[in-house]
Design a protein around this ligand. Structure first.
Ligand code: PGA
Length: 252
């Protein structure tokens, strides 16, 4: 069986009671899963999901401040998230880059802080539709990788997620609704891996994200270099997410 990581980015969706009900409904599928499943719920639901103690289920936070503590109204520190039960931190999601000022420099600080605090960092990278049309995809991804990993010594606890912004549902208002082809994904994942190796990092898992769903995940999961998915919309619907988990458990 090919090892597939399934990471669910719930964004600003589901209250705690909804999150708990969702995970309880999926308990059997999660317990039977041989693949790693990680849910990134809202901050306020992390502890409640951790308390369900579902084997195989990793819990993560969608954001984390890089400072240890201080005058940062509205932010969450590593210690707060660790205590709540998060083990994974999402860093550099395109929505945070576009809407909340997470520049390359801030992404680097957040990733470094998350890794130093002992989290697994899930670093998101991806080009916008405009950048793709201008043929800047590889240049943009290389810049995002290099800047995010500046000063990072070990990528043992790093997962990368390649998410073309134009393929994320609702992600890029200027983009026509598109999903990349398997060939596109294979090519880009190979160049991301090559970039990582050039920087001296080997064996980093690379997820694909952007309208990944129960219909395309079997095809995409069998692409060499695709180690799993970061899933938004489809991870919010029980039937869809449980189908994805079941499919991932059958990838040869
Ligand atoms: P999507 O979102 O699966 O709804 O396109 C993916 C993401 O933004 O991580």
């Amino acid at each position: 069986m090919k090892e597939i990581i399934l990471a669910a980015n719930w964004k600003m969706n589901k209250t705690t009671s909804e999150a708990v009900a969702f995970v309880k409904h999926l308990k059997k599928v999660l317990r039977n899963s041989k693949q790693k499943v990680i849910i990134f719920p809202s901050f306020v639901s992390i502890e409640a999901l951790r308390k369900l103690e579902i084997k195989n289920l990793g819990i993560g936070a969608q954001n984390m401040h890089f400072a240890e503590s201080g005058t940062f109204t509205g932010e969450m520190s590593a210690r707060m998230l660790l205590e709540a039960g998060a083990k994974y931190i999402l860093v550099g999601h395109s929505e945070r880059r576009a809407m909340f000022g997470d520049s390359d420099e801030i992404v680097n600080k957040k990733l470094s802080a998350a890794l130093s605090a002992g989290f697994v960092g899930v670093l998101c990278i991806g080009e916008t539709y405009e950048e793709r049309v201008k043929n800047q995809t590889i240049k943009v991804l290389s810049r995002q990788i290099e800047s995010a990993l500046l000063g990072v010594e070990s990528t043992k606890n790093l997962i990368l997620a390649y998410e073309p912004v134009w393929a994320i549902s609702g992600g890029d208002p200027n983009a026509p609704k598109l999903t990349p082809t398997s060939e596109d994904i294979a090519k880009i994942h190979a160049s991301i891996q090559a970039k990582l190796e050039e920087l001296g990092f080997v064996g980093v898992k690379i997820l694909y994200g952007g309208s990944a769903n129960e219909k395309n995940c079997a095809e995409f999961a069998s692409i060499e270099g695709v180690d799993g998915f970061l899933i938004g919309g489809a991870s919010l619907v029980e039937e869809k997410f449980s189908s994805i988990i079941k499919i991932a458990n059958n990838i040869k």
